[in-house]
Design a protein around this ligand. Structure first.
Ligand code: ATP
Length: 341
């Protein structure tokens, strides 16, 4: 029996979207089996892992002194190796529970989606962490390619397709033709930067300190990139920076849109820069095919409208933007040729 056959029979094939905000795990033939926030809660004194994923996220900003909830990925790459490894180990082992015992005899083969702009050193770090976390062979795939495949763009055709994947830590823009990336730009600006812009606005204008989760909720509920919901408003609770007591303020969608302008402009600029460097024939294809948005940031209200206004191209939001990359790894896992043996 060939090595390929043995591996096919006795090991699990896993695709991982190792995101700054969320980690999704796809198991071949099963689909997405895990979708959890990339957060780990640890005991400060011993570094013991207490919780991973959703439960750890609910602890963000609410932990007592000896417990810390950490997001080990930052700007799309590993910021804390040890904790990322623990998180990967937890997710890989949890995912493996869904497969029959026969498929657990060999270490799982793992396909990890990483931002297109990461360095060789960062790539090695991801591979090493996945291996130490229990993976056998580890192969990396660029996130925009995985996202494009995941949303069903016709990447193999000799024509240009454009994907913009706006995650928590990075925005990946790519033009793809004949299954290759023709032009790409990766900027370390995504949903986290939008949250930070909201936190800074409330601090500056209202002297109000809010936590990470509150900032994200404000963005999701009334955040926008275009005046599509300017008449909406929201009550926000936080800590007054001067009197140091809890306080409530009412904020409007219009002011949050203004606060988000800088990071949103960075995202738009990344799209424009990629379009400017696009070969003319492929650029011409985009006039009809437009731009496809994926990643959680694609759901920011009005971003599609603003992008259409700024580029003159039709803009579409993928059906399940948060699942695009993981679904793309799932499609690629069907190809045995991605593995070296
Ligand atoms: N409705 C929404 N409106 C705006 N942003 C949203 C919405 N829902 C989720 N998000 C944001 O999407 C981001 C997470 O997206 P996603 O899971 O695609 O990122 P990731 O893959 O973890 O990050 P990266 O690709 O940068 O490593 C978060 O910043 C989250 O706040």
């Amino acid at each position: 029996m060939s090595t390929q056959c043995v591996a096919k029979l006795f090991s699990t094939h896993i695709g991982i979207d190792l995101g700054t905000a969320n980690c999704l795990v796809y198991v071949r033939d099963l689909g997405i089996v895990l979708n959890e926030p990339s957060v780990v809660a640890i005991k400060e004194s011993t570094h013991e892992v207490l919780n991973v994923g959703s439960e750890a996220k609910s602890m963000l900003g609410k932990c007592p002194g000896n417990i810390r909830a950490i997001r080990p990925m930052k700007d799309g790459v590993i910021a804390d190796f040890e904790i990322t490894e623990e998180m990967l180990r937890y997710f890989i082992q949890k995912a493996i529970r869904y497969v029959p015992w026969r498929k657990r005899l060999l270490s799982p083969r793992v396909l990890v989606a990483v931002p297109s702009g990461i360095t060789e050193v960062e790539k090695r770090a991801v591979k090493d962490s996945a291996k130490r976390a229990g993976a056998g062979e580890v192969v990396l795939i660029e996130e925009p390619m995985a996202a494009a495949v995941g949303v069903g763009l016709p990447v193999a055709e000799p024509a240009g397709s454009m994907i913009v994947d706006i995650g928590g830590g990075t925005t990946e823009v790519a033009v793809i033709s004949l299954s290759g990336i023709v032009g790409a730009k990766s900027v370390r600006v995504g949903g986290d930067e939008l949250d930070t812009a909201i936190t800074q606005h409330l601090r500056k204008v209202y002297n109000l300190m809010i936590g990470e989760l509150t900032a994200e909720q404000i963005k999701i509920r009334i955040g926008s990139a275009y005046p599509v919901k300017d008449d909406e408003s929201l009550e926000v609770k936080g800590l007054d920076l001067v009197s140091r007591v809890p306080k409530t303020v009412r904020i409007t969608a219009a002011e949050i849109r203004m606060a988000l302008q800088e990071p949103v402009t960075t995202i738009i600029e990344a799209v424009r820069a990629t379009l400017e460097r696009c070969p003319p024939d492929l650029a011409a294809d985009l006039i009809d095919r437009g731009i496809m948005l994926a990643g959680g940031g694609a759901m920011l209200s009005g971003l599609d409208k603003l992008l259409t206004e700024e580029t003159g191209l039709p803009v579409f939001i993928s059906e399940e933007p948060l699942n695009a990359v993981a679904k793309g790894t799932g499609v690629m896992l069907q190809e045995d040729s991605i593995w070296s043996s």
